[in-house]
Design a protein. Structure first.
Ligand SMILES: Cc1cc2nc3c(=O)[nH]c(=O)nc-3n(C[C@H](O)[C@H](O)[C@H](O)COP(=O)(O)OP(=O)(O)OC[C@H]3O[C@@H](n4cnc5c(N)ncnc54)[C@H](O)[C@@H]3O)c2cc1C
Ligand code: SF4
Lengths: 338, 732
């Protein structure tokens, strides 16, 4: 852990200003990810700008009929917020599938978006890692890669984004509100996280000194036919091997709208429009779900320890879509898969 | 007896939940210096250079110790051997430039603040000259060797195997696992007047650490006092002195100031561990379910510099009759720290292999797995050809099966279901030693009817404080509230390290022995009182009960202890005695268990849930049914972790543990644990010791993983022989 400076931001503009005024500064919200990484000398910010007291803790309805969630709303508050439970239960469920109660109490929405990969090598400063030290190599490709990507990886990095919440936000087509030295902007969810390519050190398209202020969700919430199904190595408190957020709109047995995204398989929540298009207008049955899964996984590539994830992902997609279609979403406190 | 055998709550429970119980890393004294360790990033080689200049420049840093500037340390291996050191050359921190494993301490930073020490530690720059290393057991197995000449085989197992009607042969694998006790290893070394030193240490044996430190630092016995009043879990990790205690003392002696050194969670993985093992089994049976040949060969990890060895292989001799048997225990050297004891060392891994093999044999024989075990049931320990002091394993099978509902089991794999889930029922046998060691205790009985009992043992969280109080209260005839317990202090009466499940028996009989002396003193005093109601009563006929010394034959003949002491002007009676168990060479001593497990496995996704476990244990008389039950439950939980979750993940290219933290090293969480039923089968034992107790700290884990693995097979028809059973292995 390095010696660092600690300052508190008085408002969003001040946070941006303070960040821009120093090199190597980092925002800290709940600290559940950043502090761990600092202890391991993975993150070495010279200055911590504490944003945890900024007034970004509201969950408000938007004119459009959606909701806008402040970046500092604690994960657990959001999961148990009545508006979210009622209209976006897939989001509530995904949050509750992650981490532990204590962590969810501390973790913020912004921090959850920006949490970093759990790749073992990334966490161990004694080993090379392109994400931590660009150009040093990626030992995971030939090493321990059970938790790693099967989609969208590059020869430079095969890490996954570990968030559960973000998988739900992907199918809800959230928009991320940010503020930076050049003012405010809104980033559509698919453009927020990026693939590793030849710049694995960069997880997102956030520009330097930009701060996430809110996440906005459009009205469509799939409150009737949804699920969040997470498969992991123990029944709670473990990152996903594969997870699926699914939302369907079904009329008379026909799928009107279908969205599903995968967690634990790529550097960002993974969606495939073609797979979703295929389901539209079709009957909600296992055969169709299977086909959609096949499309999404067509380009999947496994490594020595994670090849099983391709087949597991296929099965999990089918089960998740089945749960959603049946209206029997996975209940996170019940570890029996429905 | 009022207290023995009852579910008394922990006498130290309140101190623990209120934070009054101080652990080794909690001790605070004025002028305390904080240490932080720098560990090696390579697995093998030499330190070319260590640059500490940047660290030394940090304000508040007092010293950085390395092999270059450390105080003098002894050369001989002997000086570094603790009481239970295996053969070889013990590890010595900061001794020279040799790196023998990744995570080896290479520098100690000492600073005024802990944060400063940790920051400065990150600035210490070490250059290494790496040499090729090996950390993969599979790659080292060919070079495995036997330590001592293996025991002479019984009969000809190979021949009997090849002519057996039904044969099973397979290899089972258990990865390296770490203890992961909740409390981090820590030591606080405090210099006292006249060159003396008090050391608070996280250890399972204060006197072991005491002797070790005296030897390493060339101190006289009276110069060092080692304290460990509480321990947040040991499981064997604290049996041997760990390097942080050496470093803390080194720091304190160098700076002449108190030093606290606490390892980080990551650094805990640089200590001992349960060694990975390959268990090869060959079982040959006749169609009637009798065994004719058992061969069990284990290949187990040790370090390049010591030969830690536990017994993985001979358990079959205690459980199953077979005229031919061969057991071979091999060690494979890797560039890792020395392995060490971890809850039921040897048995946990060896019995896992054996009991899975027995299950596979039962399948081959088309016999119920319980029935197979009954047909091979051995009333003798065949390795020594002796009967047991007691062995109520039959009753364990019976009561366990009944509580579980085993008779409703359809033996066909994949035949039982619950919705999407396949249901599997599996069982296994557990066996562990019933050991006992010499130990001493002191009783100081005051005229106010309060007694203080002391012994240098540790309470590693198992409930030693509590059972000591129970036994003492019964032996002295006092209410348990009047009993004070002191332990975890090297100056107290002799105790072995706390391990091997031997402490309950050892310390209880030490207390009984010295309580007898107290009774004698009281009796002699009572008789001298004029008109004593006890005159003419024989010593054998008096007992202490309800605060009185009383004739067993005629309870009317009694005097209160308080009265006796007052009359005879005794303000205290102090006695100390070393207790040794009578040698019994006519019996073998073991605890036994039968474990029944239910798993439910999602057929498509492979998600495994252990929905029920029944563990029926025969372990002599149970001193405290509450703390004993907790021990078995903890063992079962650990067995679930062993079966499904635990694995220390090495990257063999770096020779380094990559999941060295408890987020990524998985052990069960609450969601993984459902119904656990513990049954203590009645097992009177007249031979083992006067109280008939055997110890229950380890038996709960033995066999549990096998029962689960067997249940997984029964559910799915897939036999996973390499632990942990993760869902991907069901579809290989
Ligand atoms: C043991 C463990 C298990 C976990 N398991 C799971 C799991 O199963 N599923 C899961 O989804 N998550 C899991 N998590 C991760 C957890 O969800 C994240 O740590 C948490 O969401 C991060 O939020 P925070 O507010 O604490 O972020 P911080 O640690 O404060 O910050 C994280 C990063 O985000 C940046 N940041 C924070 N807020 C903003 C902002 N508003 N604008 C710009 N940058 C910002 C920080 O600079 C930092 O780089 C686990 C964490 C731990 C420690
Ligand atoms: S997968 Fe990415 S994060 Fe992991 S070692 Fe490779 S580069 Fe680093």
């Amino acid at each position: 852990m390095i010696d660092f400076e600690y300052v508190r931001a008085s408002d969003v503009a001040d946070a941006v200003r303070q960040s821009a005024a120093s090199t190597g500064a980092k925002f800290i919200a709940g600290g559940t990810n950043l502090i761990d990484l600092m202890k391991e000398d993975v993150e070495k910010p010279r200055r911590l700008i504490d944003i945890s007291r900024l007034p970004l803790k509201q969950v408000e309805e938007t004119a459009e009929g959606g909701v806008k969630i402040g970046a500092l709303v604690p994960n657990s508050d959001l999961a148990y917020h009545s508006l979210i439970e009622r209209r976006y239960p897939v989001l509530a469920s995904a949050i509750l599938a992650g981490a532990s109660a204590q962590l969810r109490n501390m973790a913020s929405i912004g921090g959850n978006l920006l949490q970093r990969t759990r790749c073992y090598y990334f966490y161990d400063a004694a080993t090379p890692c392109n994400k931590r030290e660009p150009g040093s190599g990626c030992p995971a490709i030939e090493g321990l890669n059970r938790m790693h990507a099967i989609l969208g990886a590059s020869e430079h990095c095969i890490a996954t984004h570990p968030s559960d919440m973000c998988v739900a936000l992907a199918i809800l087509e959230a928009r991320v509100h940010v503020a930076g030295p050049d003012g405010e902007r809104v980033i559509p969810f698919p453009d927020f996280h990026r693939l590793p390519g030849d710049m694995p050190q960069t997880d997102t398209n956030l520009q330097p000194h930009e701060i996430v202020t809110a996440v906005e969700i459009p009205p469509q919430g799939f409150a009737k036919n949804y699920t969040y199904l997470k498969i992991r190595d123990r029944l709670s408190y473990a990152f996903a091997l594969v997870s699926v957020a699914a939302g369907l709109e079904i009329e008379d047995g026909t799928i009107k709208e279908a969205r599903f995204a995968l967690g634990g398989v790529a550097h960002k929540p993974w969606r495939n429009r073609a797979a979703e298009d295929l389901l539209r207008g079709q009957a909600a049955n296992a055969g169709n779900f299977q086909q959609a899964a096949d499309i999404l996984l067509r380009e999947a590539k496994g490594y020595s320890h994670n090849r099983f994830k391709i087949d597991l992902a296929r099965r999990t997609i089918v089960r998740a879509l089945t749960q959603a279609a049946r209206g029997t979403p996975q209940i996170q406190s019940d570890k029996k898969v429905r | 007896m009022n207290y023995i055998g009852t579910p008394i709550s922990r006498v130290d429970g309140q101190a623990k939940v209120t934070g009054q119980a101080k652990y080794a890393g909690d001790v605070n004294v004025p002028g305390l210096v904080f240490g932080a360790v720098v560990t090696s990033t390579i697995a093998k080689g030499r330190i070319k250079s260590i640059d500490t200049s940047a660290a030394l420049k940090v304000k508040g840093v007092l010293k950085v110790l390395t092999h270059k500037n450390r105080p003098a340390l002894p050369k001989s291996d002997q000086a570094w051997k603790d009481d239970i050191a295996p053969g070889g050359s013990p590890f010595r921190p900061l001794y020279d430039d040799k790196v023998m494993f990744s995570g080896q301490p290479v520098a100690l930073v000492l600073a005024e603040e802990w944060e400063t020490a940790r920051y400065a530690a990150s600035l210490v720059h070490v250059e290494y000259a790496a040499k090729p290393h090996i950390t993969d057991l599979q790659a080292a197995r060919e070079k495995a060797f036997t330590l001592k000449k293996s025991k002479k085989p019984r009969g000809d197992a190979a021949k009997a195997f090849s002519s057996a009607e039904v044969r099973h042969e397979a290899e089972y694998f258990i990865p390296t696992e770490h203890h992961n006790p909740m409390e981090l290893f820590a030591s606080t070394a405090i210099p006292e007047k006249r060159g003396k030193l008090t050391v608070y240490d996280k250890t399972q044996g204060v006197q072991n650490v005491h002797r070790y430190l005296c030897s390493v630092f060339k101190k006289k016995k009276g110069d060092i006092r080692v304290m460990s009043p509480f321990m947040g879990g040991g499981f064997g990790s604290g049996l041997r002195p760990q390097y942080q205690v050496v470093l803390a003392v080194m720091g304190a002696l160098t700076l002449k100031r108190p030093v606290r050194l606490m390892l980080t969670r990551q650094q805990m993985y640089g200590l001992g561990y349960r060694p990975a093992s390959i268990e090869r089994l060959q079982l040959g049976a006749q169609r009637d379910g009798t065994l004719h040949a058992i061969t069990h060969e284990a290949i187990v990890v040790t370090s390049q510099f010591e030969e830690f060895s536990s017994s993985d292989t001979e358990w079959a001799d205690r459980l199953y009759k077979s005229p031919n048997a061969k057991f071979v225990h091999k060690l494979a050297r890797l560039d890792v720290p020395t392995s060490c004891d971890m809850r039921a060392p040897g048995a946990t891994t060896g019995v896992y292999g054996l009991e899975c093999a027995m299950d596979e044999l039962a399948v081959a024989l088309k016999l119920d797995p319980v029935e197979l075990r009954l047909r091979c049931y051995s009333d003798k320990d065949q390795s020594v050809n002796l009967p047991y002091t007691s062995k109520n394993l039959r009753e364990c099978y019976q009561q366990g099966a009944k509580a579980f509902g085993w008779e409703k089991r359809n033996p066909v794999p994949r035949s039982m279901r619950d919705g999407n889930e396949l249901v599997g029922w599996g069982m296994a046998t557990g066996v562990w030693e019933a050991l006992q060691m010499p130990a001493a205790a002191r009783i100081v009985l005051g005229a106010n009817g309060h007694a203080e009992i002391s012994c240098a043992t540790s309470d590693i969280g198992t409930g030693t404080y509590t059972i000591m109080a129970q036994v003492a209260a019964d032996a002295l005839g006092l209410p348990i509230e009047n009993i004070g317990i002191k332990l975890g202090d090297s100056t107290l009466p002799q105790s072995p390290v706390e391990g091997g499940s031997w402490m309950a028996a050892s310390v209880s009989h030490a207390i009984l022995g010295v309580a007898d002396e107290v009774r004698k003193t009281l009796f002699d005093a009572a008789k001298k009182i004029k008109g004593s109601p006890l005159s003419g009563v024989k010593f054998e006929d008096v007992t202490l009960s309800d605060g009185k010394i009383v004739s067993k034959k005629d309870p009317a003949r009694a005097m209160t202890i308080a009265h006796v002491m007052r009359e005879r002007r005794l303000d205290r009676i102090e006695k100390e005695k070393l207790h040794k168990f009578k040698k019994d060479e006519k019996h073998a001593r073991n605890t036994h268990s039968a474990i029944f497990a239910e798993v439910k496995i999602d057929e498509e996704l492979g998600v495994i849930r252990v929905t029920r476990v029944v563990n029926a244990v025969a372990a002599g008389r149970i001193l405290n049914t509450k703390t004993a039950r907790s021990q078995i439950m903890g063992g079962v939980v650990w067995g679930i972790g062993m079966a499904l979750h635990e694995e220390t993940a090495y990257d063999h290219k770096f020779g380094r543990i990559m999941n060295a933290n408890i987020a990524e090293y998985h052990m069960p969480v609450n969601a993984d644990i459902h119904d656990i039923e513990v049954i203590f089968v009645d097992e009177p034992d007249e031979h083992i010791n006067p109280l008939g107790i055997k110890g229950v700290g380890e038996i709960g884990i033995v066999g549990t993983a096998a029962a689960i693995a067997n249940a997984v097979y029964h559910a799915t028809g897939v036999r996973v022989r390499d632990l942990p059973i993760t869902l991907d292995k069901l579809r290989r």
